[in-house]
Design a protein around this ligand. Structure first.
Ligand SMILES: [Zn+2]
Ligand SMILES: [Zn+2]
Length: 373
């Protein structure tokens, strides 16, 4: 638990004036605009909490007797004035120190503002992701109005200086806060801080200087993209204001599933059915790959779940499409069903050979049954 007196650097019996002056001094020292230390904001908030508690006679008495936990038990809000109620740190600071020369922080609405990046989710087919594709898309973004060149004013006219703030964009008000009244400098409500009023707004963009335009774009999707791959299209986002840069368009790729193939990075996985005789004797069979039919060698004696690999039949590496991953086939051995009489005889013979001895009498009885049905 922190000691509020220590935080403010005052004695236990400090007067309100001493607390107030200690708070001002420390708050200036720790304000996150002034102090770039990583813990400055936390310290600034601590100061606010200490100040608020010690300036309130009831809270201070409770705190002196029972500490910070006592305040919570007594139902006081102990989060301090900077969490909730007052809004953001900057507002607080302006309301405390607006009259003391610390109000330069608010951003100037006339300074360049960068346009926003836009995001487009694009779903493509499995093969398109593997081999690359060109896609035409339509996107809506903000462009600088061609009628007024982004000024927002009708051609031949100019925005006029705001009469409310005299062009400074700021007005002074006296704000009543729980800590007393403070002079506060706020953004001019008439011109929104620009210092100018657009008397003859451009008719095409309604004075905004920007227009929403739909554009057709061709997106080159390279071979090897995967789920979640991002493609950036420079300057296809929203245009900026006051000379700020135009944002980018970020295309995020979503790949549809394939009915047969699974993909893991640059490798493809699928299953291959192998019969008993093929498994025992080996074979060469035709399999489906990304490039169509290819031959796959089944080695004699292959076992269930063995992986047979066709090298280079996988997905191209993104950015170097000459290199490709592998296609891995997982062997699934199929137990024969509904076999013919001839097959039954052969399997019986196989069984006898496998047992390498005379079959048991029980087995012979069973086989007799099978063969005579
Ligand atoms: Zn315009
Ligand atoms: Zn104004």
């Amino acid at each position: 638990m922190s000691d509020f007196y220590e935080i403010l650097g005052v004695e236990k019996n400090a007067t309100k004036d001493e607390i107030k002056s200690a708070f001002r001094k420390k708050a200036r020292q720790y304000h996150p605009d002034v102090n770039k230390a990583p813990d400055a904001e936390a310290k600034f908030k601590e100061l606010g909490k200490a100040y608020e508690t010690l300036m309130d006679d009831n809270k201070r008495a409770t705190y002196d007797r029972y500490g910070e936990d006592g305040l919570k038990d007594a139902g006081f809000n102990t989060s301090g004035p900077f969490d909730g109620g007052f809004g953001d740190l900057n507002d607080i600071f302006e309301s405390f120190f607006g009259g003391f020369g610390f109000s330069e922080r608010a951003t100037n609405p006339n300074s360049p503002q960068n346009g926003a990046d836009l995001r487009l989710n694009l779903q493509i087919d499995f093969e398109e992701a593997v081999f690359g594709v060109k896609k035409e898309v339509k996107i809506s973004h903000l462009e600088t109005c061609d009628e007024c060149n982004g000024t927002g004013a009708q051609s031949g006219t100019k925005p006029e200086t705001c009469s409310t703030c005299g062009g400074t964009g700021r007005v002074q008000q006296v704000a009543q806060t729980p800590l007393g009244s403070f002079r506060q400098i706020t953004t001019c409500p008439k011109c929104n801080g620009t210092g100018k009023v657009n008397v003859n707004p451009c008719k095409k963009c309604n004075g905004d200087g920007r227009l929403e335009v739909e554009r057709k774009l061709t997106i080159n999707i390279p071979a090897g993209v995967d789920n979640g791959s991002r493609i950036g299209l420079a300057q296809e986002g929203n245009c900026g204001k006051n000379g700020g840069r135009t944002g980018d368009l970020i295309v995020v790729i979503y790949v549809k599933e394939h009915e047969k193939f699974k993909r893991d990075g640059v490798d493809i996985y699928s299953t291959v059915d192998v019969s008993f005789p093929q498994a025992a004797l080996g074979d060469t069979i035709e399999v489906d790959t990304l490039d169509g039919k290819q031959e796959l060698v089944i080695p004699a004696g292959v076992e269930q779940d063995k992986i047979l690999t066709l090298k280079g039949a996988g997905v191209p590496y993104l950015g170097s499409s000459q290199r490709r991953g592998n296609h891995n086939f997982v062997v699934k051995i199929k137990t024969p069903q509904n076999i013919s009489q001839e097959e039954k005889q052969l399997y019986k013979k196989l069984f006898e050979i496998n047992c390498n001895k005379k079959p048991s009498s029980k087995f012979i009885d069973k086989m007799k049954n099978v063969l005579h049905n």
